[in-house]
Ligand binder design. Sequence first.
Ligand code: PLP
Length: 378
Amino acid sequence: MGFKRSDFRCRRSFLRLSLAAATMAGLRIATEPMLAQAARRHPAVSRKDGIFIDSNENPLGPCAAAREAIAGITPEGGRYRDDLSEDLVKLFAEQQGLKVDYVRLFAGSSEPLQYTVLAYTSPKRSYVTADPGFEAGIHMSKISGARVVAVPLTKSYAHDVRAMLSEAPDAGVIYICNPNNPTGTLTPHPDIEYATEHKPKDAVVLVDEAYLHFSDAPSALDLVKAGKDVIVLRTFSKLYGMAGLRCGFAIGRPDLLERLDNFGGNFMPITAVVAAIASMKEPQLIAERKRINASVRSETFQWLDRNGYTYIPSESNCFMLDTKRPAKTVIEAMAQQNVIIGRVWPVMPTWTRITVGTPREMVRFQAAFKKVMDGRVG
Ligand code: PLP
């Protein structure tokens, strides 16, 4: 594979190259922006001109208190300041009623997701996931040599935990993303409990709660507290608007988390740490942002209903939209109008994922989508 000079023009080309380079090196590490960029087939659209509703980012960014904290800590940027990381872990543990050694801090939740797959899957222990689901673990399974068992969602778009267990008696990791990426749909807590109780011995149930705060779903942290073989992932990339700052947690029994330590660990950027602390101390932040996202999502759904388009109702900051034709052609036609939407999952080739943006962004999305669907462009 040869890289053209022009490929180096922008950050997005860089990310596409990162995925390609990682694959060439046999690493295949995949994060949401790398997957989004790798799926892109159209020319680059500048950040200034484009509407980016493709990577489930939060257009609001960090809250005001987090921005102030970042500005305030910059003079300390020459120090490692691991004490700040300890403060963050303590604060999270306190707020959630956990012991501190049940909480590991990472630069986002991609790393602990990947490390869990590396630690608990192998050629003998499969990786079990939903289809469609977030693909990062599938990419990691290529490194661990694990069989990937991708099980269709149920009719209500929940994880089909019974089928997941019966199709993978050799499971090492049972990955449950709640709400699911890309559908934004929920898996009932009793089903997660069922997976925990009936999984093969030595397997872990990996519950990815990246989008939990946008929904009313209960967390699976109660299962961690009950000492089950469950690892929960949390990230500041979504509701907290800190995808570019990088902060997240893996939460589980210390003996389960210990196995992740073999794969990496590093000091956290202190900007991310203080921003996370400041965000967690804002008592209204979760409710406020959940309300904003739900309101824009509901207005978007009402517009889709009025115009006769089909979508999967979602509890998250993204949803699947029926394009009634190969979705790749719609993605490209939307990009021609500088509206960058999400990717396609092979199991749903005529659907694409849309991230809930600002009201202004969703108006741009609506105008572009109607033009494409009416055949006026593309
Ligand atoms: N899990 C899911 C389901 C995601 O969609 C993402 C990112 O989009 C992540 C984990 C990882 O996010 P980050 O590494 O930014 O925390």
